[in-house]
Structure formats: structure tokens, C-alpha cells
Design a protein around this ligand. Structure first.
Ligand SMILES: [Zn+2]
Length: 127
């Protein structure tokens, strides 16, 4: 499922959606916050331009909303059902989860967004 060629691979690894050969992000570490959303203009392997049009990645905000909810639900389930936390602690753990994972949420949302529009093309991958 996470093998090269699947959309999940591109989404979780943040690699070029067409050739899956190289990271779209300049810095692999999303927690260097000043560079969290710095992306290469295009793929150095296959030449795909990531920003299909100006402000292309604004659309990923809708995705980040959904991804954020998924993280919030996970935090809720873990704190409420596994740690049996009270309602205040559950609330705090949800807020903390969203803050801590925000760089990852934003990146994954961009990866999901661009994968709506582009698909893996075997011919572009290195052998
Ligand atoms: Zn590429």
C-alpha cells in the first residue's frame, strides 16, 4: 500500500506526484517552521510544475480542514477511550494534537491536494 506508485506513498512521503522520485519540499523536516511549506517549483527528475496555477495550494486548505478533523478525532479516541481522560483533558489533548501536528497536517494536505490533480506515471520514474 505504501509502495512507490501508490497515491499513499506520494501523500505520506511528500514526493513528486508524477514520478515519486523526489521530495516536493525543500526541507524534509516539517518542523523547521520557517521552511515548512517551502516547495521546489518543479521536480528536478521529471520537470513537473507543482503549482499548476497561481494560488493553486489555497485549495489545500479545504483538505487541511478534513485532515485536522481526522487528527482531532484520533486524539479524542485515544484520550477518551484509552486514557479515560476527563472532558477538559480531552479538550486540551485535541488542541495540543492539532498544534503539534500542524506542520504535518499542512504538508499532508498539500500532498493530498496535488494528488487529486496528478497521478503517478511509470515512464517518468527512474529505473
Ligand atoms: Zn517528478
Amino acid at each position: 500500500m505504501f509502495k512507490k506508485g501508490s497515491k499513499l506513498y506520494s501523500i505520506f512521503m511528500g514526493v513528486c506526484p508524477k514520478c515519486h522520485e523526489e521530495s516536493m519540499f525543500k526541507n524534509k523536516n516539517p518542523y523547521i517552521l520557517s521552511q515548512a511549506l517551502d516547495m521546489h517549483e518543479k521536480c528536478s527528475n521529471c520537470g513537473t510544475k507543482y503549482k499548476i496555477e497561481p494560488s493553486f495550494f489555497y485549495g489545500s486548505m479545504y483538505v487541511s480542514y478534513a485532515v485536522g478533523i481526522a487528527f482531532a478525532v484520533a486524539a479524542f479516541i485515544i484520550s477518551f477511550f484509552i486514557f479515560k481522560a476527563g472532558i477538559n483533558a480531552v479538550f486540551i489533548s485535541i488542541v495540543l494534537t492539532l498544534i503539534i501536528f500542524m506542520p504535518i497536517i499542512l504538508r499532508v494536505s498539500r500532498n493530498i491536494w496535488i494528488n487529486f490533480f496528478m497521478s503517478y506515471d511509470k515512464k517518468l520514474a527512474k529505473k
